[in-house]
Design a binder for this molecule. Structure first.
Ligand code: NAG
Ligand code: NAG
Length: 484
């Protein structure tokens, strides 16, 4: 149990005293995300929640307390945060101002959720400001580098790619756009996506290039990059996603796992990067793509992954990192993401009935201080450590009036959209819908009771598919008729 009522130290001081100087991204942000996810899932898990949940609760208060400790890192001239913050004293005076791109751009999912649940906008504001600062500092050809000085905004490492040091920035632009139904975040991503395709993509592989010139600097595929097909499927680009996935799967088949680095022209591992610490990314992509395509190849990757894990990495006390894929030697360690992410995504790949895959056909209605609210309708957004966030919860904790205006705005937008098909996010749905999309086989069903006497539109309201708005509109008594 966490020492919630300790009189001298608060819980985070006790948890983190030994590790005060670890990076925000790798240690403290996951704590916030884990607490938020646990807070939102607690009722479903049978915990007796306090009155006011999901707008209040002990785990939410802990998440807020932890997040407040990170805020001093954002006090820089650019709004881009330091990579490290001392949880008692704020940023250390001697702290390096160099932060990796992902360390700047991976806050919006947790911080926006926190802002929406607590009503304090400060978290979402700092996260957005950091995202925009990166956007403003992209190169003329539209790419971002690997590390930047958060004081001077000078790029310190100018390698542009989709993997280590950058990965979750792109992930959070897309996931933030879906979670918040935010066109600005999505259009940033789509612009990056154009430049990435133009300069880094060759034969459905993605290389590393110089961010100003676009010249290839490293023709390697990193195991961490294997999240990309999943991300592409979230924006509806399933064909490209599948082709890249198949490239990565050939590497898996060659070694029985994904080496940390793979030299693409040579078709082999890179010196000192031959290990496979049982990372989740390729399996994560398989899960998303399987929701979108039901292509059995994706289940085959899942089967291969289970076999490798069982046959190569299983030891008496757990599942060991594969130190070298060439001879399947093991290392004496098991990474935390193996249980938190790899196993979770594998489970979800093989469990079509999991509540996480809910397509909006069932949902719960809870009473909050602000009125009725829909939860658990699906469309869960996974943070970068695979903690699911229910996007519908973000609409539970604001005043009703405000909500109704928002819904009215959406209705107006929807109808004007149908008239003149100009819409920033249209692209995304042109290629079919991603994992969050409704399953086409699940035809509109009217059997959900009187609160659901609406027809599901065959196009989602906003192009980043989300069930929560439809369900919410239904609860508010609005009816969608889409006969097109
Ligand atoms: C980089 O971002 C900062 C913060 O938004 C901004 O002040 C600065 O002008 C940007 N630099 C360039 C070259 O755009
Ligand atoms: C693609 O790259 C070429 C140069 O190789 C450049 O002229 C063109 O503007 C780029 N297009 C986009 C959309 O980035």
């Amino acid at each position: 149990m966490l020492p919630l009522n300790h009189d001298k130290y608060s819980w985070y001081q006790i948890l983190f005293l030994p590790i005060f100087f670890n990076g925000i991204l790798t240690v403290h942000l996951p704590v916030v995300g884990g607490l938020l996810s646990a807070h939102l899932l607690s009722k479903k898990a049978g915990v007796e929640v306090e009155v006011g949940w999901p707008c209040s609760g002990p785990l939410l208060r802990m998440a807020e307390e932890a997040a407040r400790k990170l805020l001093p890192a954002f006090q820089t001239p650019t709004g881009m945060p330091y990579g490290t913050v001392n949880l008692l004293h704020g940023v250390n005076p001697g702290e390096t101002p160099v932060t990796c791109t992902a360390g700047i751009g991976t806050f919006i999912v947790e911080f926006a959720t926190l802002s929406h649940l607590t009503g304090d906008p400060v978290f979402e504001d700092v996260a957005r400001k950091a995202l925009k600062a990166l956007w403003k500092n992209r190169s003329d050809i539209g790419l971002v580098g690997n590390h930047i000085d958060v004081i001077t905004a000078k790029w310190v490492a100018q390698d542009a790619g989709i993997g280590a040091g950058v990965d979750s920035y792109f992930e959070y632009l897309v996931k933030g756009a879906i979670l918040l139904q935010d066109k600005e975040l999505m259009s940033m991503f789509l612009e990056y996506n154009k430049a990435i395709k133009n300069y880094t993509k060759f034969d459905d592989w993605y290389l590393w290039v110089q961010m100003y010139k676009g010249t290839v600097s490293m023709p390697v595929f990193q195991s961490l990059e294997a999240y990309w097909p999943g991300l592409q499927s979230l924006i509806g680009d399933v064909d490209n996603a599948m082709r890249t996935f198949l490239n990565y799967y050939t590497v898996w088949k060659q070694f029985g796992g994904l080496p940390e680095f793979y030299n693409i022209p040579q078709g082999y591992t890179v010196d000192k990067r031959e290990g496979y610490p049982l990372r989740p990314e390729l399996i994560e992509s398989a899960m998303y793509l399987y929701r979108a395509t039901r292509d059995p190849t994706l289940l085959e990757l899942g089967r291969d992954a289970v076999e490798s894990i069982e046959k190569i990495s299983k030891v008496d006390c757990g599942f060991a990192t594969i130190k070298d894929l060439r001879d399947h030697r093991l290392d004496n360690r098991m990474e935390s993401f193996f249980l938190a992410e790899t196993v979770k995504y594998l489970y979800l790949l093989f469990d079509p009935d999991n509540f996480i895959h809910n397509d909006g056909s069932v949902f719960d209605v809870v009473i909050t201080p602000y009125g009725e609210c829909v939860l658990n309708a699906g469309g869960y957004i996974f943070n970068t450590e695979a903690h699911p966030i229910d996007p519908a919860a973000l609409h539970c904790c604001r005043k009703r009036k405000e909500e109704q205006w928002e819904v009215e705005d959406l209705m107006r937008e929807f109808y004007s959209l149908k008239k003149n098909k100009k819409f920033t996010l249209k692209r995304a749905s042109d290629h079919g819908e991603g994992e969050r999309a409704k399953d086409p086989e699940d035809a509109p069903s009217e059997k959900g009771g009187e609160k659901r006497n609406f027809k599901k539109s065959s196009h989602s309201l906003l192009s980043c598919p989300s069930q929560s708005f439809n369900s919410k509109l239904a609860v508010l008594g609005q009816v969608f008729l889409d006969n097109t």
